[in-house]
Write a protein that binds this ligand. Structure first.
Ligand code: FAD
Length: 366
């Protein structure tokens, strides 16, 4: 029977980037994915690498800054291995902060009305605004590029059947069991996102936090008649920058799509899309840039962010020997994927992680 050094539960951005990074260290890896890889929160995400957002938890600033710095090299490495790129855009963000919130990151600067009009002539909103030196990626592309790169490097992936439990023998994890099979592994990492709590003998305390999002496109495509992928869009985006306001954020993609997001809702595992919410997001974005009102709604969806009890990720060894956690990334899993993969691969290969993970330990919930 084949055995692996590490069995990863969940093939979202966190599980896949960890598998990919571990393969760089020569570790044998199996990812067990319940559905299809990268089709849950990762698929739903906007993809902002929002390291300047003043709303980021202070405890996370070091990890966030390190991960944002890693992004260009991370994407370049993936491109070299998978021959595809996840649409990394580093035009920057225009942020209209709430109240007196001030972004704190190198390169952030206030914008005068004249500079704002020069940077984005189509933005009608006025008020205190900042330029932030942030990037964004397309998380759907990132998911497929990570899967391809991980497989190219020799990671194994089985999908279509979820892990029911971590197998335990003599007080340590020995692999994972699905309804169909047992997969032996010397170490197991729970990367099951919003579902991480459901795994026996004990899960990690994540809970789903619903986010609804809308995609608008130029041209005459309606939500009812839209093809599943807006291939053939070649206009380029209406706005160059990501735009963030307290009511809505707008994320341009290079192919002309614009994503409008997102709600933050405690709704259990409900992923239904509410038509009123879609209209509300479209109206809020139109108030920022009136041209968006002429764009067609192409698609709308909801995803489940993996929230944790204190809003921080859950990273490191659990109380069961050989069983680890890399989950609970809540609103920042795309941003935090490169640093999570690096630090967790260091933990799993017996090295001291180059940033301290103590405050993110699963043991804080014991
Ligand atoms: C609307 C929205 C917008 C967002 N925008 C951003 C953003 O702009 N920037 C940012 O950084 N983050 C953003 N996020 C957050 C980000 O999407 C998440 O933090 C990130 O995707 C979490 O990745 P993950 O791999 O932990 O979870 P997921 O992507 O959900 O992956 C978990 C995987 O585990 C699988 N799984 C579950 N149970 C089992 C089981 N028992 N056995 C095997 N597999 C299992 C699931 O099928 C899934 O594929 C957003 C999220 C949402 C919903």
């Amino acid at each position: 029977m084949k055995t692996w050094d590490v069995g990863i539960i969940g093939g979202g951005v966190i599980g896949l980037s960890l598998a990919w990074r571990l393969r760089h260290s020569g570790v044998t890896v199996l990812v067990v994915e319940k559905g299809e890889p990268a089709r849950q929160a990762t698929h739903a995400a906007g993809g902002m690498i929002a390291h300047c957002d003043p709303g980021n938890p202070p405890e996370l600033r070091e990890l966030i800054a390190a991960s944002a710095r890693m992004y260009p090299a991370f994407v370049e490495e993936l491109r070299a291995e998978a021959f595809e790129s996840p649409d990394l855009r580093c035009e920057g963000t225009i942020a209209f902060p709430a109240d007196d919130e001030q972004p704190r990151c190198e390169g952030a600067r206030p914008l005068s009305d004249a500079e704002l009009s020069q940077l984005e002539p189509l933005i009608a909103r006025r008020g205190p605004a900042y330029f932030l030196p942030e990037c964004s990626v397309d998380p759907r592309k990132l998911g497929s590029v990570l899967e391809k790169a991980a497989r190219t490097l020799g990671a194994d992936l089985v999908s279509g059947s979820g892990v029911k439990e971590v197998a335990v023998l003599a007080g340590r994890a020995t692999g994972v069991r699905t309804n169909k099979a047992y997969y032996p592994a010397a170490a197991v990492v729970n990367c099951a996102g919003a579902w991480a709590a459901q795994i026996q003998p004990f899960g990690l305390p994540t809970h789903p936090v619903k986010g609804q999002m809308v995609c608008v496109v130029p041209g005459k495509v309606s939500l009812e008649s839209a093809p599943s992928s807006p291939k053939g869009l070649s206009h380029g985006p209406l706005l160059r920058h990501v735009v963030r306001t307290p009511e809505v954020y707008i994320i341009p993609r290079s192919d002309g799509r614009m994503l409008l997001g997102a709600t933050v809702e405690e709704a259990g595992f409900d992923k239904r899309v509410d038509p009123d919410t879609v209209q509300h997001l479209h109206r809020a974005a139109t108030a920022v840039a009136p041209e968006i009102g002429h764009m067609r709604i192409h698609d709308a969806w909801a995803g489940l962010r993996p929230g944790s009890p204190d809003g921080l990720p859950i990273l490191g060894a659990t109380s069961l020997k050989g069983y680890y956690a890399a989950t609970g990334h809540y609103r920042d899993g795309i941003l935090l994927a490169p640093i999570t993969a690096l630090l967790m691969s260091q933990v799993l290969t017996g090295q001291k992680p180059e940033l301290d993970l103590e405050r993110f330990s699963p043991l804080r919930f014991a």
